[in-house]
Design a protein around this ligand. Sequence first.
Ligand code: CP
Ligand code: NVA
Length: 306
Amino acid sequence: MSAPKDFLSLADWKAEDLRGILARAHELKRRYRRGETPQTLSGRTLAMYFEKPSLRTHVTFEAGMTQLGGHAILLRPEQVGIGTRESAADVARNLSRWVHGMVARTYDHALVEELAAAATIPVINGLTDLLHPCQAMADLQTITERADLEKVAVAYVGDGNNVANSLLNAFAVLGGELRLATPRSHQPARQVRQRAMALAAASGARITFTEDPVEAVRGAHFVYTDVWTSMGQEAESERRKALFEPFQVNARLLRHAPDALVMHCLPAHRGEEITDDVLDGPQSIVFDQAENRLHAQKAILEALLT
Ligand code: CP
Ligand code: NVA
């Protein structure tokens, strides 16, 4: 079976295809460091539609396209007017006649699915309220440049939101050990969990859910967290700070995982989900993760746009 047209959810992808993208991401990074930028997307154009702010995703997609010989166009929602000026399907049909691929960062995951269904070009999920698959690919690159995925335990501590959901999908498809510590009320979405557990049964992934951060991080090789208040949830910020307080990644928690490397998708809300001393400390690899967004996405772009 051929790979999907779109990159919306890692759960749609086969392990061998994701492994191929990861291998290419590692290769592109090595070559980039030698000053080599293969022109594999020469003459190709990517449209980037962002409903939410972005530093990493925007810059790495745009720089990635430039480095591979292509070009990227940023589209703001007020320019395009999906749902006011024209429908999502019509926007997707138009873009399909001009450009070779589209990245979309939206609130509603259904909008990315609607764009993908109407587009004849590949649509890449640049983060929705539900999933962040490009982040998970950079995370896998960051982990696998240090260790064999099969041999490590990764603990995710905090909100079971888009980043956690995609990490869950990544492990479910590829295998490995992922322990998720979240409040019961903020576990990964039920439909994501159910699908991931079915995939895990096939891949042999060892995935566990707990409400106890200490249980999750004990002996873990990587400890990962994300913000407690995601983009669009700002009105809930105070309530979330109180709810998630026991899930902070700080020096006290890391006493249970003294050799663990600390990961965060960024941006961080310093002093909330992670303390400054941990984020800036010797266990932190958060900027390596950010660096890998560039290489992982170049590999995704090559896989979809060529
Ligand atoms: N991690 C991440 O997606 O960062 P941006 O929101 O800055 O793109
Ligand atoms: N969960 C965060 C991730 C940001 C990259 C958010 O959605 O805001």
